[in-house]
Design a protein around this ligand. Sequence first.
Ligand SMILES: C[S@@+](CC[C@H](N)C(=O)[O-])C[C@H]1O[C@@H](n2cnc3c(N)ncnc32)[C@H](O)[C@@H]1O
Length: 340
Amino acid sequence: MDTQDLKTRFRQMAQGALSLNVAFIGVVNGLFDALHASAPMTSDVLAQRTGMDAGYVLRWCDAAYAFGYLDGDNGQFHLTATGQAMRPGAPDTLMPVAVQSVLSAHMAERAAGLMRTGERPGESALAERATVLPWFGPMLEASFAGLFEQTICPAVPVFAAVDERGGLAVDLGCGNGWYLRALVRRCGRLRGLGIDGFAENVDHARRLAQEQGLSDRLDFVHGDIHQMVLEEPADLIAMNRALHHVWEKDAPTLFRWLHDNLKPGGYAVIWEPAWPDARAVLREPGRPGMAFQNLSEHVQGNHFLRPDEIAHACSEAGMSASVYLFANGAEAVVVAQRAL
Ligand SMILES: C[S@@+](CC[C@H](N)C(=O)[O-])C[C@H]1O[C@@H](n2cnc3c(N)ncnc32)[C@H](O)[C@@H]1O
């Protein structure tokens, strides 16, 4: 490919990033939702409906029109099919791509500066962008709940076993609580307890459980996984994209805790991005994003794990482990059982 072709290709990629930036602004300020909810409207009316500044909304409408999210005659804007697909509530919404794009730009800027000193500020780096943090949970839910319910649950026998068993499921690093909501909907005799280190996530998880009529079976608490004390042993302890957040601090103690807080025959179910054995795999479709995320995880004091490392840590703690791979090997679910 000659330089001119490369320039054309990279300019097209840059246009894609700009398009997602425009979409992000509309997502987090409810602009797509407001446009969906009623007849075509001017930017002034859109500003009034969403409580936003009219000057910013006018410029956003121009940009959203330019990138094909809006159409409009005589300044009366309505959503195009792409704009509809970006609505957070749309089936299979494109929202996570827009949120991930802006979060990635933020983490890239942080990594660029921090590389000079080696400082790793930890989880707080995620909360530095006030407009991004509330969308972290919805982004993860929209990205992974479908995979969990449609593919992982039917393929991993532990979920049928837990349905049979009932009891208590604990979710460490629960985010907005989507996993426990899906689990208790599927397993009628299961109760759930979620813990998360961000109070905003816990509030969000409680609110969603209440809205969905599940708050009698679900409880959420704010706290640190490393300090967690359970009042009763659990039938299942889940960690979804949370293990890599706590691994570097003291993995052996965490795995002993998992073992000791499970009932005999209870399960630890750990879902993580599967870091590959060979670097060449990072060039495969879908994997470059994982490599970028691992760089941004470094800012937070984390790194991605190979599934066999997780399985080994389970067996070191006295639990037998099985590894299940999904999404062409990019997602690993490790199921460990405490002996009966
Ligand atoms: C990548 S998110 C995954 C959230 C959720 N499990 C999901 O799948 O949507 C990781 C979560 O772990 C939480 N977390 C990280 N370290 C923690 C700690 N030491 N104690 C409690 N929560 C923690 C974060 O606040 C965040 O919500």
